[in-house]
Design a binder for this molecule. Structure first.
Ligand code: ACO
Length: 330
């Protein structure tokens, strides 16, 4: 079977640690509430380093660990919902900083599911032979999209980046993806509004009612997202296992998107897997959007916890709403 082989991982976490106690400076909250409802104890926030810089550091580490020459990279896919610029994309900036002159580079947007979707796209490139080496870079500066007067969102997110070098593998591989645009309003952040000498944006009948005009900050209906994810992770992991021809119990490890410990625990219950098989680091980083799953991978590799041949599932969900899982042998 045509699969993926993740030959190098890397991560960059800003040095600045912000604890739940620190968040009490901005909003009426408590360490107890945040830990009980989410499992988050602290997060890292950028000290001013741009998003692309974080992505480049993670990418350099991943490429170094893979032992590939940057000139061998055929494709760079970046994922980010918090870029510094609409363009150039982080992928093109990473290309420049690494000297990956032979790559073509683009950004994909599937919010927190980004790494899962990008890995599936990378596998397609590798399977049809249009690439031999793909670099995926996920970098998020979520802190800049937070409204620090909204306690229901600002305590949930953190900043960080991670990257993976992906080459062709020959173990099992399957993916299961899904999106639900009907619940798109549950997670919203607006882009530039139309405001020119020729026209000013009319009230957008679809999403404007959920926010003030020109408000660029993340808006979330936490309960709606929770309801979506309670089914999304189990369904996607089960679907990917079915397509791979294995049972969920055959998985050695599940790496879920780190949005809420309770969501991960619910997924474990529904999948009938023990929590020891669910990788969790949300206590230290909070939700770093698309960077969360590859940060987990980079930690697992650094800790020597993944053995070649291990069957693992990666599962994500996020704005859109989007969700997906991939199952493959490490
Ligand atoms: N501190 C203290 N109290 C708070 C805080 C806070 N930080 N935030 C909300 N509350 C209060 C609310 O105001 C509410 O008070 P009220 O009862 O007086 O109105 C009470 O706590 C309960 O609020 P709920 O929203 O019902 O709390 P819930 O148990 O649903 O937890 C949470 C909220 C953590 C957001 C949960 O719904 C959740 O995790 N949802 C999924 C979120 C998610 O996954 N987001 C990201 C996905 S995609 C991506 O990663 C971009």
């Amino acid at each position: 079977m045509s699969s993926v082989n993740i030959t190098g991982t890397g991560m960059y976490i800003p040095a600045q640690i912000v604890t739940n106690e620190d968040m009490k400076r901005f909003v009426d909250t408590s360490d107890e509430w945040i830990v009980q409802r989410t499992g988050i104890r602290e997060r890292h926030f950028s000290q001013g380093e741009p998003n692309w810089y974080m992505g480049v550091q993670a990418a350099k580490q991943a490429v170094g660990n893979a032992g590939v020459d940057p000139k061998e990279i055929d494709v760079i896919i970046s994922c980010s919902i918090t870029p510094d610029y609409f363009y150039p994309t982080i992928a093109c900036t990473v290309q420049d900083e690494l000297g990956a002159d032979n790559a073509f580079c683009w950004n994909m947007e599937a919010a927190c599911s980004g790494f899962i979707y990008a890995l599936d796209v990378a596998r397609s490139y590798l399977a049809v032979g249009s690439a031999k080496t793909v670099l995926i870079v996920c970098s998020e500066n979520m802190s800049k999209s937070l409204d620090f007067t909204d306690r229901s969102t600002c305590v949930l997110f953190g900043d960080g980046a991670a990257a993976a070098v992906v080459q062709k593998g020959d173990g099992l591989y399957a993916s299961c993806m899904g999106s639900d645009g009907r619940t798109g309003a549950a997670l919203l952040a607006r882009a530039l509004p139309l405001d020119t000498p020729f026209a000013t944006e009319k009230d957008d009948p679809k999403y404007a009612k959920y926010m003030e005009a020109n408000d660029p900050y993340l808006k979330m209906n936490g309960r709606a997202v929770y309801r979506f994810t309670a089914h999304a992770i189990p369904n996607m992991v089960t679907g990917a296992c079915e397509r791979a021809g294995i049972q969920v119990e055959d998985l050695d490890l599940i790496v879920p998107h780190q949005a809420n410990l309770r969501i991960i625990e619910t997924a474990a219950e529904r999948l009938h897997v023990p929590m020891e098989k669910m990788y969790v680091n949300i206590d230290r980083y909070a939700n770093t959007s698309c960077a969360s799953v590859p940060i987990c991978l980079a930690e697992l590799v650094a800790d020597g916890r993944l053995k070649r041949g291990d069957k693992i599932a990666l599962a994500g969900f996020g704005g859109g709403l989007t969700c997906g899982a991939v199952v493959f042998e490490w």
